[in-house]
Design a protein around this ligand. Sequence first.
Ligand code: ADP
Length: 378
Amino acid sequence: MDKTEEIDHFSGTEQEREEVIQHYHILDLPRLAIEAANVGTWIIDEATRVFIASHRVKELFGYGPEEDLSFEVAMKQIQEKYRTKVIAGIDEAISKDLPYHMDYPVTGFHDQKLRWVKAVGGLYKDPEGKFSHFSGVMMDITDQKEKELRKNKFIGMVSHELKTPLTTLKAYVQMLHVWAKKRKDSFTIGTLTKVEKQVKKMSSMINGFLNLSQVESGKIQLLVQDFDICEVIREAIEETSLLNSTHIIAFSTCDPVIINADRDKIEQVIINLLSNAIKYSPKGTPVIINCEATNDTVAVSVKDEGMGMKKKDIKKLFERYYRVESKDTEKIPGFGIGLYLCSEIIKHHHGQIWVESKPGEGSTFFFRLPLQKQATDL
Ligand code: ADP
């Protein structure tokens, strides 16, 4: 029985009950719960940036409970690759009053042990409405993270192994296609076209998993170059139409818009959005893709007249493995990684991706990219 229940069922006098309440520090229950769950707490003063860490946070950073842990020293324990991101995340959360949540690895100061931590926090205003402190909690997620890393490694390895025989298969099918064309063998040509379509579908699925594992392990490199995004849109339409002949994709060609980005990855984003528009809308309905440039950005939109989605799903749509669960979607296959990959690719090009949608009315997915050179490695 927990202490609150114990006190509610207390059979002594009123005065004795009061003493028990005092003894158990009822008002301290949140603190007790936090400590029992082995969760650390931290506070950063918004004005002075003074950092106060609980014993548990110090422990996670490899310090003793009585030792001082300043903000600068704590940041030094974060692995270099993540440090700038964490500091930028805190600055952004404080300056824009945004919720803060981040997972990152820390090397313990004394024990040199590697721990993954999850930090969650936000800004808390004083009664006068001014910001007073930025605070939150910190948990050890090493076990969970190690399992996740093992799983990603496995997915990456399997996808890589599957890719090689599939590439060979593709080459043989192409050879047979040429041979059948020479012999004007229409039955074989028709069959090989179907085989090619299925091989392409399989290869795009495998590429999705390969990219996922590369994004997760931070190993994807962006191969940045100047190219015309309108040309890439046309190629993406052609590629998508080869695999899906159920919808007409409309695109009013535009003047060339030269951007500096990873061509293949941007094409992959467009193909993902087009394939989804087709997958989640009835046969024969239009899919419209648009491209609009301003002085320093280009925005691409993909509009469908499909099932649309609710507000609560929109919030989670770009999360890894998220799929909308409804009667309409239960029979449509998928893994919930396409939009996550799109959002990671766009984010690393310093762009934005979002969706406007209403259930039953359709969806429009947008992404915007800067025109000048900004992309960084994933
Ligand atoms: P997948 O399609 O493989 O499930 P995605 O990451 O591409 O994975 O999409 C995640 C979810 O978002 C889908 O399961 C679907 O429920 C929803 N979704 C994506 N695109 C659309 C769209 N154009 N219309 C309606 N729902 C969509």
